[in-house]
Design a binder for this molecule. Structure first.
Ligand SMILES: [Zn+2]
Length: 83
């Protein structure tokens, strides 16, 4: 479960919250109750997002470049393919 860092723009209160990816972002500061409580982009969150995009791009690119592995020239019905 990722940890999100929040900071209140109103009073400066800062705290880390353990949240599921699907959980709604917090907006209310637990310290002063203002609605200026916003999620900070942490190093961990940025890294996760970055690798996710990279994996997606890589998969799409490789699929487009080589849709199928080239079949063996002799197929499977010959002596060089015992099984
Ligand atoms: Zn506050």
């Amino acid at each position: 479960m990722p940890i999100y860092e929040y900071r209140c723009q109103s009073c400066g209160f800062q705290k880390e919250h353990l949240q599921k990816m699907s959980d709604a972002a917090l907006t209310t500061c637990p310290e002063c109750g203002s609605e200026q409580y916003t999620k900070l982009i942490s190093a961990a969150g940025f890294q996760l997002k970055g690798s996710g995009w990279y994996a997606t791009d890589f998969k799409g690119g490789s699929t487009k470049a080589a849709p199928d592995p080239a079949p063996a020239p002799c197929g499977a019905n010959c002596a060089c393919h015992p099984s």
